[in-house]
Design a protein around this ligand. Structure first.
Ligand code: ADP
Ligand code: MG
Length: 599
């Protein structure tokens, strides 16, 4: 497959280059011009092929050389991925900065993974020479970071064969042979610590499985109200500045996935700089080590054209599937899929294809679906169950959710975290709208919550959402006829809804205590707030004026409990509730006395 071909450049149209290269194959990776720009064949037309270039094509001229590499756009998969920062075609950004400085020279070709570093390989116990093995078989392990054991598996493009050599425990470089396999036809194949995989081909697995456990993100509006299962597909749509990137970064920082892959194809360069600067500093809340020991970043640099963003999502997904195949739960964040779709639009426009909606090609929906289809929980060939959860930000122009990318995404995903401009403007963060958002995973998540945290989870969640719906109704009345039209009970309902919003839904990413909320804390806060609302309603029913309750200083304490008590101090929330109930009890006694006097 790796027989190189040469050809020449015919024509250049922005990132689309027409070449003539006999034998070119669709999807083949090519090097364009003297500089050797990175490109990929996207269509064949007789002797000519159309190539999309992942680097700016200025200065490239017709007649210049082209080289076909004979393989499709691929990534390297092996130890050393974790902790790395790659560009959209898996070039190692840090290494590029070291060798070339801030400005990435075009046509730079560096291996994605370190070729010099040695890794301690531990062959699989009991795996004997002479054994017949299949693709997906586990050859051994490498401790990639303190947190993650890298499982070296026979790549899927290897057919069944007889193991004729397996390296003993020792230190090996990536390109060293660690196993030899003889195929039924008698050919001998060498296996190394890494292999290549074409990014547009989903990696195979034994069978698909359904999600069973929620991805815990530590964000209350996500976990408690609109859960996503491990292996699920989620979207974070929202207008500019509403908080998409913050939501994605919070998930990257706090979620209980084994591996985090963050693909930044952000609209703003400074967002990426921020990610590149802050992530390496972060601590993993679960292990206390560096978060980068289980994280890898893909960052499209601003000097790469829009079409490169298209590739970066597949690059990220392929690495995500690779760790899934090792039995890990991976979460991949893509910020944002709108940039990916824009790349499709640009390419299809330059190819002269018929635009369908807002200039997007007719295949937008099917491409989006195929992309999200790569998420899921699966039974791997040799490492048990693993999953890829895929969470894409969507940035619709003008925040209009009816535009094609948002509308199609909504049909595909299972969990929709809709960010609202109104909430963001009111500084209600995360600005996730509880009316527009949805989760199809509530039933399965409930099983987990009921078993692990509290059997009242589902009921409590429902009560909170019902009260929020009442709040919307009552607020409309207030807007029409003023607050005087409301009964005491209704005014208490409004107060209750405010308590849910402030005490539970709002959660500042910047607050050192509240930035993460364990499931236990999430439920304790929700239960406290709802109990206060219910007990207060009972007092109002016997005639206690609503002002007496709304004036209670304890209400402010309840609103602040999320910032007062961290996830280790959940009992304190219960203690506080007891004090609250005591106060209600006192009010009730006093009122009874007062009534007795009056009679
Ligand atoms: P987007 O990616 O949608 O354009 P950002 O994620 O960059 O928006 O958010 C814009 C700003 O909103 C942030 O810089 C921050 O000040 C604020 N913000 C958003 N979400 C939160 C949050 N959960 N906690 C605190 N501040 C937030
Ligand atoms: Mg953003």
């Amino acid at each position: 497959m790796s027989n190189k071909r040469t050809g020449i450049i015919r024509e250049i149209n922005g990132p689309i280059v027409t070449i003539s290269m006999p034998g070119a194959r669709n999807g083949e990776q090519v090097m364009i011009g003297e500089m050797g720009l990175f490109g990929e064949v996207i269509s064949l037309k007789g002797d000519n092929a159309l190539v999309q270039s992942y680097e700016p094509t200025e200065g490239i001229r017709p007649g210049g050389p082209v080289e076909g590499l004979g393989w499709p756009l691929s990534v390297e998969l092996g130890p050393g991925l974790l902790g790395s920062i790659f560009d959209g075609v898996q070039r190692p950004l840090e290494k590029i900065f070291d060798t070339a400085g801030d400005h990435i020279p075009r046509g730079l070709s560096l291996p994605s993974l370190d070729r010099v570093k040695e890794w301690r390989f531990q062959p699989s116990e009991g795996l004997e020479c002479g054994t017949w093995i299949n693709a997906g078989a586990l050859l051994g392990t490498v401790q990639e970071t303190r947190l993650i054991e890298h499982r070296i598996i026979v790549p899927a493009h290897f057919q069944r064969g007889e193991l004729i050599e397996l390296a003993p425990e020792g230190d090996y470089r990536l390109e060293d042979t660690i196993a030899r396999i003889r195929t039924p036809q008698g050919q001998v194949r060498k296996l190394r610590l890494f292999h290549r995989w074409p990014v547009r081909t989903p990696r195979p697995y034994l069978r698909r499985d359904h999600g069973v456990a929620p991805l815990i993100t530590g964000q209350r509006i996500l976990d408690t109200f609109f859960p996503l299962l491990k292996g699920g597909k989620g979207a974070v749509p929202g207008p500019f500045g509403a908080g998409k990137t913050v939501v994605q970064q919070q998930i990257a920082r706090w979620s209980n996935a084994d591996i985090v892959i963050y693909v930044g194809c952000g609209e703003r360069g400074n967002e990426l700089v921020d990610v590149l600067e802050t992530f390496p500093q972060l601590q993993d809340p679960y292990s206390g080590h560096k978060l980068m020991e289980r994280t890898l970043l893909v960052a499209n640099t601003s000097n790469m054209p829009v079409v490169a963003r298209e590739a970066s999502i597949y690059v990220g997904l392929t690495m995500a599937e690779y760790y899934r195949d090792q039995g890990y739960d991976v979460v991949m964040l893509a910020d944002s899929t709108s940039r990916w779709a824009e790349a499709l639009r640009e390419v299809s426009g330059r190819l002269g294809q018929m635009p369908v909606e807002d200039g997007y090609p007719a295949y937008l929906a099917s491409r989006l679906a195929a992309l999200y289809e790569r998420a899921g929980r699966v039974e791997s060939f040799s490492c048990g169950k693993g999953s890829v959860s895929l969470i894409g930000a969507v940035s619709p122009p003008g925040g209009d959710f009816s535009e094609p990318v948002t509308a199609h995404t909504k049909e595909i995903i299972q969990t929709f975290w809709a960010l609202s401009k109104e909430l963001a403007d009111a500084r209600h963060y995360p600005a996730i709208d509880w009316v527009d958002s949805f989760s199809e995973h509530v039933d399965t998540a409930a099983e987990w919550w009921h078993k692990e945290i509290d059997p009242r989870w589902r009921a409590r969640r429902g009560q909170a959402l019902a009260l929020l719906a009442r709040d919307a109704e009552l607020s409309r009345i207030v807007n029409l006829v003023g607050p005087e039209a409301l009964s005491s009970a209704q005014r208490w309902e409004l107060e209750g809804a405010a308590l849910i919003k402030e005490g539970v839904l709002q959660q500042s990413a910047l607050d050192p205590v509240d930035t993460f909320s364990s499931p236990e804390k999430q439920f304790a806060l929700l239960d406290m707030v709802l109990t206060i609302i219910e007990k207060g309603a009972e007092l109002i029913e016997i005639g206690i004026p609503v002002q007496e309750l709304t004036a209670l200083p304890m209400l402010a304490r309840a609103r602040r409990a999320k910032q007062t008590y961290d996830s280790e101090q959940v009992e304190q929330i219960g203690v506080m509730l007891e004090e609250f109930l005591q106060e209600f009890h006192d009010i009730r006694l006093e009122y009874a006395k007062f009534k007795e006097h009056a009679e």
